[in-house]
Write a protein that binds this ligand. Structure first.
Ligand code: ADE
Length: 228
């Protein structure tokens, strides 16, 4: 999978994605990226990328013509998204859909946002990572990228990890335990691993895990149960 990033801060990439699982996948050629500096596509001598909003108001707006120039400079745009708190909120289902596209172009905004006309002109989809506001689209783009990269074939060691985790079956994931089986915490409380997990009965374990997933989802995210 290839990501094109349009940003005023190309040096932010790959950033955290250059480490751990996504870093190894990058080195292995499972994904690649290009970071295009939007400012390189400004045409005046001051390399202006933004201007004050028509109608007044705080902050600056990124110019449609400059962003379009940056977009058109890409040899292959693929699907184009713009990171914005106004967008459709990223879900695991959306990540699966995006991870199935060979090329994804991500426009990262700064300031108050981008001139609406460039979004309209190129039918650019807006994607949000949640109901809060970041200072720029770059960290949001990294989250979209991470969610896609780990779904690419051969990136996660064990494909079952991807199938069993939270959201993939519409439920939150069951709790995990490892050694030591018996442990006393710093407050002197004895905390043992549930017996069923130590018993080796796989059918019982699967039943227990499903029940845990259902109870946890009911408690923390009843909205997920309503969706199915
Ligand atoms: N840019 C600023 N806030 C954002 C958010 N919540 N999601 C996506 N992009 C953003």
């Amino acid at each position: 999978m290839h990501f094109n990033l349009l940003t005023l801060f190309p040096e932010m990439f790959p950033g955290p994605l250059g480490h751990s699982i996504s870093g190894r996948a990058l080195a292995d050629g499972k994904w690649s990226f290009s970071a295009t500096h939007i400012r390189d596509h400004a045409h005046d001598k001051h390399k202006t990328v933004d201007d004050t909003p028509f109608g007044g108001g705080a902050g600056m707006v990124m110019r449609a013509d400059v962003i379009e120039n940056a977009l058109l400079s890409l040899p292959n745009r693929g699907r184009v998204i713009y990171m914005s708190p106004r967008g459709r909120v990223l879900t695991q289902k959306m990540a699966e859909e995006l991870a199935a596209t060979p090329t994804l172009t991500i426009l990262c905004g700064r300031y108050e946002g981008v001139d609406q006309r460039v979004l309209d002109a190129h039918a650019i989809e807006e994607v949000s990572i949640g109901d809060y506001v970041l200072s720029g689209g770059e960290p949001a783009a990294m989250i979209v990228m991470d969610a896609c990269i780990r779904l690419l074939a051969g990136v996660m060691g064990n494909d079952e990890t991807v199938n069993e985790e939270s959201f993939s079956n519409g439920l939150l994931e069951y709790p995990h335990y490892t050694r030591p089986a018996e442990w006393v915490d710093a407050n002197g409380v004895q905390r043992n691993v549930p017996d069923v997990l130590r018993g080796g009965n796989h059918a019982e374990i699967a039943k227990w895990r499903l029940k845990q997933s259902e109870e946890l989802t009911q408690l923390r995210r009843p909205d997920l149960l309503k969706k199915t």
